[in-house]
Write a protein that binds this ligand. Structure first.
Ligand SMILES: [Fe+2]
Length: 538
């Protein structure tokens, strides 16, 4: 595959105009919308400093199109540095990295009200095809990104490879895992949340910086925080090389928030939290390659959505934050209670839950993915037959809601459901039982929990209580406490998950190691470990 470096070299303005000027829609039958409007952007831009400091991205691929993203930010950590005027941004899509065969181009106006972010919904592209894209603002040209459209819905797809990641606390580690992910051979990247952390970033972390960044509340705060994270070149490389599918978790807004309830209702009024939620969702939209259908509306944002890749795989991207009941028992870890066991409790909200179940029943995809945030399988930390101790923030705090999904999967005989999870900063492989209360219960699916990019620091292969956890939860087949990402390779016959880990994040340059690999065969919801490298240096 092509290395990111091959197409991130900044092209001169001259070559941009020259290449774009002479090529008309010759490739793939697509047509150019209009002539390249050279002067429109240049006329207003003489003093614009290089604005593509936060990189570029693409996302939400469909068979005929994809979203292209960038944000103009010449002074990224200080509000962006753009004036209060709208600024035109030109974009081009080509089938080759040298932009000799441009198939689409246009101009989008970046607005100060959206932090001068740009979201281009390109359509009219060919399915299952790699494309290259770049932006131009004033005289400045962005790095080149690469993206891929989805296969047509009725297309038989033999193989699909994707990676997923979550939890990238900037101050606790370098994003080296992304450097390796960028060089991987992938069709798609999924982010399961905690793209930023909202709390104070002081100098106690491992990255050298001389500024103390307090907890964020205003739109300017959130923009500066995204900028801090997006300045990371490894993260930029992973964005530039693949289309991404993103959903958020808690830290994009506030730790462990639940619908309209903040983490600390004593410290923040509901009114203030709702203002913060609206601001944070806007900032999230401003920095992600999301479609217009996810444009925030006050405190609401449509993030749950379904994307298909031919007949092989369907992603149900879930939102377990905006519609959930508040955590039971005051959150944290606790034994089940009347509150947590309430049969009416919901994690997805009624509407999303119905949408998910209907979608699973209607899907003809081989693999049906629930891409979501919090631990789905039971995870009992109460050791011994009489003790039960669960995370109230995860599905264990909403057991009736989980059981409704499991009962549906079983009664409708839904084949090959696979849950992908972030949040817990460690890797796990779980078999999903039809009823976790019944030790004889059969499997109805599997869950792969991915570790963090950097949250938690260097980590370790195991934790002190790993053996007890595995003994207490026989459906949990694997645990590892290092950082990294997860790669999944899907065919019509089998699913393979590779847990990719880095031995350290406290300094740059870590190598990547496959810590373990699991296979699931079509129609058999059981985990088969095919590789285990327990000798990772720690
Ligand atoms: Fe996290």
């Amino acid at each position: 595959m092509t290395d990111y470096k091959d197409f991130t070299k900044k092209l001169s303005r001259k070559s941009f105009i020259k290449t774009s000027g002479k090529v008309v829609g010759v490739a793939l039958g697509a047509s150019i919308l209009n002539a390249f409007p050279v002067n429109e952007a240049s006329a207003t831009s003489n003093s614009l400093q290089y604005p593509f400091t936060l990189g570029i991205a693409s996302g939400d691929p469909l068979p005929d199109g994809v979203v292209l993203w960038t944000r103009l930010a010449p002074d990224p950590l200080n509000g962006g540095g753009m004036s209060s005027n709208p600024f035109p941004v030109q974009w081009e899509v080509s089938v080759d990295p040298d932009f000799k065969k441009i198939v689409q181009r246009g101009t989008e106006v970046s607005k100060p009200s959206l932090g001068h972010s740009v979201h281009v919904e390109v359509n009219g592209l060919q399915p299952a095809t790699w494309y290259y894209y770049r932006f131009k603002a004033g005289d400045e040209i962005s790095p080149v990104g690469r993206t891929k459209t989805a296969p047509a819905l009725d297309q038989t797809v033999d193989k699909f490879t994707f990676a997923y990641a979550s939890c990238q606390y900037w101050k606790t580690g370098y994003f080296t895992a992304y450097q390796h992910m960028a060089k991987d051979d992938l069709d798609l990247v999924i982010h399961l949340g905690d793209y930023i952390y909202e709390g104070r970033h002081d100098s106690s972390g491992v990255r050298p910086f001389d500024k103390d960044f307090p907890e964020i509340y205003t739109i300017e705060d959130y923009r500066n925080r995204y900028a801090l994270y997006k300045l990371d070149s490894d993260l930029q490389a992973a964005h530039a090389n693949f289309p991404w599918l993103v959903t958020l978790d808690d830290h994009e807004i506030d730790n462990n928030w639940a619908d309209e309830v903040p983490q600390d209702p004593d410290k923040q009024s509901k009114e203030d939290f709702l203002k913060r939620r609206a601001i944070a969702l806007q900032a999230y939209y401003e920095h992600m390659p999301l479609r217009r259908s996810s444009f925030p509306d006050g405190i609401d944002m449509q993030l749950y959505r379904r994307l298909s890749f031919g007949n092989l795989v369907e992603f149900n991207v879930l939102d377990t934050r905006q519609y959930r009941d508040d955590q039971a028992n005051g959150d944290g870890w606790d034994s089940p209670s009347e509150e947590s066991m309430d049969p009416n409790r919901t994690l997805l909200g009624d509407e999303q839950e119905r949408w998910l179940l209907n979608g699973l029943a209607a899907s003809s995809a081989k693999w049906k993915i629930l891409a979501q945030q919090v631990f789905f399988a039971r995870r009992d930390y109460g050791f011994g037959p009489d003790a039960e101790h669960y995370s109230m923030d995860a599905w264990d705090g909403y057991p009736a809601a989980r059981q409704r999904i499991l009962d549906f999967i079983k009664s409708k005989d839904i084949s090959n459901p696979v849950v992908l999870t972030g949040d817990v900063h460690s890797s796990w492989a779980n078999e999903i039982r039809a009823n976790f209360d019944d030790p004889e219960s059969e499997n109805v699916g599997v869950e792969f929990v991915g570790t963090s990019i950097s949250s938690g620091g260097d980590g370790s292969d195991v934790r002190g209580n790993t053996a007890e956890i595995l003994a207490e939860n026989p459906h949990i087949k694997f645990f590892n406490n290092q950082r990294g990402y997860v790669r999944c390779t899907l065919t019509q016959d089998k699913w393979q998950t590779d847990y990719q880990v880095v031995p350290y994040v406290s300094k740059p340059g870590a190598p990547i190691v496959t810590r373990a690999s699991f296979v699931v065969e079509d129609g058999k919801p059981a985990l088969k470990k095919i590789y285990d490298n327990a000798n990772v240096p720690v």
